[in-house]
Structure formats: structure tokens, C-alpha cells
Ligand binder design. Structure first.
Ligand SMILES: [Zn+2]
Length: 447
């Protein structure tokens, strides 16, 4: 880690993409004392560190509103140190961490303990998402007002759907007061127990499966509650076409609902589980899985059909889905490849793969680079009212520098995360983060 020298840093000659500032063009960026001080055609100043970023993208630091850092309690999968270092390696300068730790983040004391750990170990900004219910058990509500005051940026029992509708009502009613969203994992509890999307492929593999309606029915339930209470509902990891249509309809009716989609649900399908790594949206990368069905393709919500992936992309472009986050869900190798598909843990590495996946969608003509930066930075900053997501002079110097052309092959050694559970491990990707600055300090370098 290299702190910005006192003379500051000049990023020279890059393609600066700042959607919040309606900027996409060649410019130099000057950083001094943790802030962006100038953009434009700038001559180097004495004692300034000049970095030639010609041909590279310079963008506001990315913001991931859905990661699992695993600490406290599951440090063999990831820690705050390794998880935030992986975030920085993926270009993220700010992450929201989910509360499914041990203990769960369900009290002010738990949030304070996390804060002490992040102050010690985190290399990017970390904001906690508190649980909706005590211990995420769905039986007793947490103290929403106290947790919001203590810094919670969301409430979620992620991994589980909160069965108790009265608790959901209370959580959404509180969000109206606190302006902190309820971030829901939508999966009807009586329809779970499967390992992949229910459809032709699950029947081909004779695999227990999770139907799309498990997600869609709870999205509809929670939208009804959001409409009733006036609270802010944020639908996590929308994975089905009909789910995205429900969100679009609710928005059209003025319901305060926002939604996220994960890169893997845009670019991968249930065909991947069967070892057929083809996709309607992205022609690359391809490669042979280690085993079929591939435990690294097991994720919840599951990889859906190519029609779902295409609909999610349409919903994102139309604004029905607001943003992209990763659901970075590290697991030890023994919990994934070491097990059968049916018994492997759910979850996929996300932090270091998001940008390469989305840049593949740019190359296939589905998105622009400006769209990608918007979904990963400007939009979450705007929704949560963060002092972030822009390179405007005066802004905090959270910056990612990325080479959209560089090809690289992720491996357990090359990845910064403690885990390596992604079907993209061992496959050549295009698009590589080169530098990440957090508040002007260099927190990742591949140079
Ligand atoms: Zn979830």
C-alpha cells in the first residue's frame, strides 16, 4: 500500500468516464490531499507523481452494495482484510457487507465490533447492513432506529427470506423514518431445498431445483408491503424475468422500490451448471468446467435461463433494475469443488469478476462503458446519498483505473480473495483493474 505522496498524483491521458458529471473523454485527473482537485488538460507540477494512463479508463471508485466479508465467524472463507483487498482489486472503493456473520450484525454492539475490525483491517470503506430480525432467525425484529443511527446502510436477512410478514411490515415502516432500505432476499421458504433453477436442465440432470416462482412470489409480497407502508424496499439479486417485471410495474405505480442484478445472472445461465458455457449475451469466455454439474456454478438465486438473462439486461437498461452489485460469496474449496453439486455451498466470488464480466457485455454491444460505471458507482451513490460516485473536483479521490483490453486468467494464486469459487477461474478474461485509490491512497496496483 502506497500513500499518495505529499505532492499528489496526476493521472495523465486516460479516458475519464464520470456518468454523474456527464463526462466521457480524454482528461488528466489531479489528486491532492485525498481529493480530486482538477480535471482537464493539466501540466505536471513539481513533486507530483505522474502516472501515464493513456489507453486506460479512469472512473469513480466502484461501490458494491452486496458483499459477504465472512468475518466475524467464517474467517476460513474470507476476512475483512482479504475481502476488502479483493474489492480493491476489483476496482471497488466502498462495500456494503451482509449481516450473515457469527454473530449476526443484529445489534449496535455487533456493529461497533465490526467497526473496530474494519478500522484495523479494511482497505476500502465498509458499511454494515444490519439484520432484519434477531440472529436472522425471523422471530423478533431488531431495533431499526438504533441500528440506522449506528450506521447501518440497509437491513437484510440475506440468505433467508423473512417469513414473518409482521416483522417485514415493521422493518419497512421503520425504513420510512430512517431512510435506510430493507434489502430482501426473495425466496419462498416452502419452495426452497433445491440446488439449481427448475427447468429443462434440472430435469436433464435430475437435480432438485428451485422454481422461479419462489423468487417472484416473495418479490410480489414485499412490493405489496412496501406500497402499504411507504417504506424503501431494495430487492437483492433479481434473477428472473417476471421478478424484474414486478419491480418495473411497482415503480410505475410509485412504489419506493429499487433493485440490483448480479453480473453472473446477466452473463451465465443454467446451461453452465451442465458444463455448457455458452450464453446468448456473452460469447466469451468459454472453457471446460472441472466437473459436471459444476459446484462453482451453484449460487442462490440460481443461474436461470438465457431468456431470464436477456430480460434482466433489458430491465437494467430500462431502469427497472437500478444497479449492479456482486453478491461476493467466498467459500473454501472443500465447500465447493470438494463436494457434490447437491451438497456444495451456494455462492460465487464476485469482487474481482464484476468488471470483466460487464466489459464483456460492452464488447458484445449490450452496454456502454458509461452504463457500467453508472450501475456500479453513480447510481448506488445517488440512491444512498453518498459523497462518492463522481470525479468532480472537490470529490473524495476514490478512483479506479482499468485497462479494458488486458487479458488475464484468474487463478487461486492471482486472485486476492481468500477463496476462488467462480466458474471463471482458469478462463481468460478481458479487462483488468490496474490501480485503485481510496481517498487518494493507492490500495491496489497491478502495474
Ligand atoms: Zn441473497
Amino acid at each position: 500500500m502506497v500513500d499518495a505522496v505529499s505532492g499528489g498524483v496526476l493521472l495523465r491521458g486516460g479516458r475519464v468516464i464520470d456518468p454523474a458529471n456527464s463526462l466521457d473523454g480524454r482528461a488528466d485527473v489531479r489528486v491532492r490531499e485525498g481529493a480530486i482537485v482538477a480535471l482537464g488538460d493539466l501540466a505536471p507540477e513539481p513533486a507530483e507523481r505522474v502516472v501515464d494512463v493513456d489507453g486506460l479508463i479512469v472512473a469513480p471508485g466502484l461501490i458494491d452494495v452486496h458483499v459477504h466479508l465472512r468475518e466475524p465467524g467464517h474467517e476460513w472463507k474470507e476476512t475483512i482484510g482479504t475481502g476488502t483487498a479483493a474489492a480493491a482489486a476489483g476496482g471497488f472503493t466502498r462495500v456494503y457487507c451482509m449481516p450473515n456473520t457469527e454473530p449476526a450484525l443484529d445489534s449496535v454492539a455487533a456493529l461497533q465490533a465490526l467497526k473496530r475490525l474494519t478500522e484495523r483491517d479494511a482497505v476500502v470503506a465498509v458499511h454494515p447492513i444490519a439484520a432484519i430480525s434477531e440472529g436472522r432467525r425471523g422471530q423478533r425484529p431488531v431495533d431499526y432506529d438504533a441500528l440506522a443511527t449506528a450506521g447501518a446502510v440497509g437491513f437484510s436477512d440475506d440468505g433467508e427470506t423473512t417469513r414473518d410478514v409482521a416483522i417485514m411490515r415493521a422493518a419497512l415502516a421503520a425504513s420510512r423514518r430512517t431512510n435506510v432500505p430493507v434489502m430482501v432476499h426473495c425466496e419462498e421458504p416452502t419452495l426452497t431445498g433445491g440446488a439449481m433453477h427448475e427447468g429443462d436442465i434440472s430435469r436433464e440432470l435430475a437435480m432438485p431445483a428451485i422454481p422461479a416462482v419462489a423468487e417472484e412470489s416473495i418479490i410480489d409480497r414485499d412490493i405489496a408491503l412496501a406500497q402499504f407502508t411507504g417504506g424503501w424496499l431494495h430487492v437483492c439479486h433479481v434473477s428472473t424475468a417476471r421478478g424484474s417485471e414486478s419491480v418495473a410495474r411497482a415503480k410505475a405505480h410509485g412504489v419506493r422500490v429499487t433493485a440490483e442484478v448480479m453480473p453472473h445472472h446477466l452473463a451465465m445461465t443454467d446451461e453452465w451448471v451442465a458444463g455448457r458455457r455458452t450464453n446468448a449475451l456473452v460469447n466469451e469466455p468459454r472453457g471446460a468446467p472441472q466437473s459436471v454439474p459444476d459446484p462453482d456454478c451453484k449460487v442462490n438465486p440460481p443461474l436461470r435461463t438465457k431468456q431470464d438473462a436477456a430480460s434482466l439486461l433489458d430491465a437494467l437498461r430500462a431502469g427497472a433494475i437500478d444497479l449492479v452489485s456482486t453478491d461476493h460469496a467466498p467459500h473454501a474449496r472443500t465447500e465447493k469443488q470438494g463436494r457434490s453439486f447437491a451438497t456444495a455451498a451456494f455462492g460465487m466470488n464476485g469482487s474481482e469478476f464484476a468488471l470483466p464480466i460487464l466489459l464483456a457485455l460492452v464488447r458484445s454491444g449490450c452496454l456502454t462503458v458509461s452504463d457500467v460505471i453508472s450501475y456500479l458507482s453513480a447510481v448506488p451513490a445517488r440512491l444512498w446519498g453518498l459523497d462518492a460516485g463522481t470525479l468532480r473536483p472537490g470529490a473524495r479521490a476514490d478512483i479506479v483505473v482499468c485497462d479494458p483490453e488486458e487479458r488475464w486468467t484468474p487463478s487461486a494464486d492471482r486472485l486476492v480473495t481468500r477463496s476462488a469459487n467462480s466458474p471463471l477461474v482458469g478462463m481468460e478474461l478481458q479487462g483488468r483493474v490496474k490501480l485503485t485509490f481510496v481517498g487518494g491512497d493507492e490500495r491496489f496496483r497491478d502495474w
